[in-house]
Design a protein. Sequence first.
Lengths: 328, 440
Amino acid sequence: MSPDTLAFLAAFLIWTCLLIYTLTGLADYGGGIWDLLAFGKKADRQQALIRRVLAPIWEVNHIWLIAVVVLVFTCFPKFFAWYSVELHTPLTWMLVGLVFRGACFVFRNYEPTNGGWNRTWERLFGIASLLTPASLGVCLAAVLTENANWQSAFAFSVAALVVAHGSLLAATFLVTETDDPDLQNTFRIRAILTGCITACLAGVTLYFAKSEAPRFFKGLTSGWDAILLHQVAAATGAGLLASLYGKRDSFLRPLVGIQTVALLAGLAVAQYPFLKYPQFDLFETASPPSTLVWTLGIFAGGSLLLVPALVLLFSVFRPHQDVLLEDR
Amino acid sequence: MNATFLARLAMGTSLGFHILFAVVGMSLPVLIVVAELRFQRTKDPVYEKLSYQWARGLAVLFAVGAVSGTVLSFELGLLWPGFMAMAGPAIGFLFALEGFAFFLEAIFLGIFLYGKDRVSPTLRLACGVGVALMGNLSAIFVTLVNGWMNHPVGAVFEEGQLIAHDPWLILTNPSGWQKVLHMVLAAWSAVAAFVAGIHAWELWRDRESRFHRVALEICLLVGIIPTLLMPVTGHLLAENAAHEQPAKLAAMEAHFQTERRASLWIGGIPNPDTQTVSYGIKLPGMLSLLATGSMDGEVKGLNSFPPEDRPPVRVPHFAFQIMVGCGSLLALLSILSLDRLRRGGEALKARWFLMAVVAAAPLGLIALEAGWIVTEVGRQPWVIYGVLRTQASVTPVAADPLGVRLLGFLTIYIVLGFTVIRFLRAYIQETRRLSGGTEE
């Protein structure tokens, strides 16, 4: 296998882990936001549903993010060193959000008796759910911009877009996870609203990209691949709103899933072949072939072990069953 | 306080915090599996109960360990970008291995903890074994990273760049595996001692409790052999240091002059300015004997290295003395425990013995932290030994923001620590209500 192929595979693996993280971890954060925004008579039931569906058994959805970190410092170490310095501040905020969320999970689920702590942890949980996706967003924006500015209008709109998309994912999943028609409607409305907001934010982001990230803007709007992905994202978005409105729930997950794939693929296509323009061309920045072979090999072998283990785990805990996290 | 020192302090506290939970993940599953095996063999409900209570503790400690581990994975880049840029291609794959081991551990733990009514007892036990195996594996991979930092085998450096490396040599680094052995034994010993201390305390309060008696028994059984083996593995490590990191050996032994028939210091306060050691017990020729196998062997002194290559002396020396002291006391306790176990019956419940176990409870963990201080402070000024200096690998972020960061994370660790203690105390209270002082 040529060094270039290896480098491409490594970058593709990173992209895949980022995708899985978006569909799992980011959705978790979206759930946290709905938790924060739960109001009205049905607030308790909303929160109970969120806790049941999106509070994972062992809180390791962020491992996909760790996989991204490990892959980047192994396969593209100079790029890793660059962004660790340049984006030190937003990365620290992202870490704070991750830690708060992990800690809140511990406190919520392992509190031996119902202590009075829960109120504080709820608030912290909500803050964490905004902090991490927003930080991720500005870091992403900086990587897409030539001057690596994480505090531009473009960066903030990307941050808002990431938060919105996570919330959309969460709301959509929640609609499909409950049989209670009242709760379904609550989240249906929220999903539709968030879908519209996300669409607007996408437009705003594109607008700012034109002046602040021109190369990225050009990559997004020219070339058949980028334009096709754009159309897929738009079509699935519209389809999602229509399905939500028309209560065709079986379409929801595939649509939002495909849309997420299209969005992230569009990002990759627009950036290609750079991890960061202009210093880090993915082929020139990659680690030597021995590193890439071992790393890709470990991921391939590890996945072979992991997939049956995950299948076992999910077969043991089928959805729609109440999982007792702690015998009380 | 300069940026390098603050970064070292930040990394050190993160590691020091995380390691407590990591070793629990290595050792407690072993205790649980023993309890489960005994239950399957004897069908005695006390073992089932014990396994359940230990598993509850493991769950919360595992979750906190995952949080602190996340911090470390970020801090590698946030604090040491220079190190990661150079070392990433060489040791990154070890972190990939660790990640998979951790993920599998989490999955097995989930099935073990919550799958009681949903999977067969055999499969559940297999998952328990899986947790133990993966927990130890992930620690092994991380320790191998450190092994390479201290002895960068299989790598060619030129003009401050890593130009070639061999992953297989890095994976099979003998210095790394010696450290691995010592670390795994240390984890089992330290955690068994601590858990034994908790149960010994409870047994003291309620001497009729069968629950706590069998718990204590299992802890002692698991902990004794590792504790007694550690002086051997420790000695091997010191011999390794004599060859590969003589400056580190000199620092931890407070050995200033290169000489034959070098003396071993027990205790003592090193004075780097005057190059003397005060108040210690001096054993002539013993350092040469231990380090080289012969009393006439030459042991390099600290002042044979240029000043900029010398590690600090006081911290490694104190830490080393603490580690050996605690380890020796635990070894003594292990021998006493063997005697108690051999006598059987009520021998374990002897008041003096229970007191000793309670008093010894923190010693293993203290030795663990002290040992890591020896090897990491003794490694200075290098982050890749002989190749890259710590100062050259640190982030260019200024000292003040680093200081603020450090304070913030210390606060988080303190809060997490207190919460963990609160939870564990509550769990222990619950076992008191359950056992109620009767045959349970």
